[in-house]
Design a protein around this ligand. Structure first.
Ligand code: F6R
Length: 239
């Protein structure tokens, strides 16, 4: 894993967006996966601006979702789907055929996983994945103690349930998440782990300098071609 530390979060947004744009220029029909959550929101803005300024053409790109809260509909503000649609897909004017998203309310979660695995396989893997790092080191909903290959439904950790309140403004009876698997993420052709702000300092250090263990899923990126992009606040302990 390579480390890139930038002066502030705005510069991280710009640099991460440049990496995505580079991949799309090289491969206009790339399969791109971008996490929900708060961390990538500045990157959304950079990508939307790039399209407005004719610096990037998203017409042939496919987007696949990283994860979703099980039991949460896409109409729920705070769901991963709503975050990605409102923040990125709708402003980019994407066609529905370009988007593949987990349905957190699907009747069969097994079929939902199979469907997503099929899409990854049909594209010969993910070309670029942008991951946020959870406070417990989860990637997608690959929670501490798990190490999945393909798409899976996993129990949410107590930390993830606690943190979820920031997205929904209230406690919801969340128990499971549906997520792409760790092997699908580690095998992506380009991987960026992104973390900003002081509150991510400890988990960023564990990710990069800590023991490689599935107790901290983000540390499983050690020894891969992933790039960890952080601002100075998040990267203070590892500089
Ligand atoms: C969201 C997701 C999560 C978040 C992580 C960081 O789709 O996959 O793994 O990326 O929890 O969340 P933020 O960015 O809100 O700190």
């Amino acid at each position: 894993m390579k480390l890139e530390v930038f002066e502030n979060s705005e510069i991280v947004d710009i640099e991460v967006a440049k990496k995505i744009i580079h991949v799309i220029k090289e491969k206009p029909n790339a399969l791109i996966c971008i996490a929900g959550g708060d961390t990538p929101k500045g990157v959304f803005k950079q990508l939307i601006d790039a399209q407005k300024n004719n610096c990037c053409d998203f017409k042939e790109v496919s987007f696949i979702s990283l994860d979703e809260w099980v039991g949460i509909s896409d109409e729920t503000p705070g769901s991963c789907k709503q975050t990605l649609y409102d923040g990125l897909y709708t402003p980019l004017n994407l066609k529905e055929s370009q988007i593949h998203f987990f349905n957190g309310k699907a009747e069969s979660m097994i079929d939902e996983c199979k469907q997503m695995d099929k899409i990854v396989a049909e594209h010969d893997g993910i070309d670029f994945v942008l991951l946020g790092i959870g406070m417990n080191g989860h990637l997608g909903f690959n929670e501490p103690g798990t190490n999945t290959k393909n798409s899976s439904v996993l129990q949410l950790s107590p930390t993830t349930k606690e943190v979820s309140v920031k997205y929904f403004n209230k406690e919801l009876p969340l128990r499971y998440g549906i997520t792409l698997g760790m092997s699908q993420l580690t095998q992506a052709k380009n991987i960026v782990l992104m973390a900003t702000s002081e509150k991510k300092r400890e988990i960023v250090n564990l990710t990069f300098r800590g023991e490689k263990t599935n107790q901290v899923p983000s540390s499983l990126m050690q020894g891969t071609h992933a790039i960890l992009c952080v601002d100075e606040e998040a990267g203070r302990d590892i500089k």
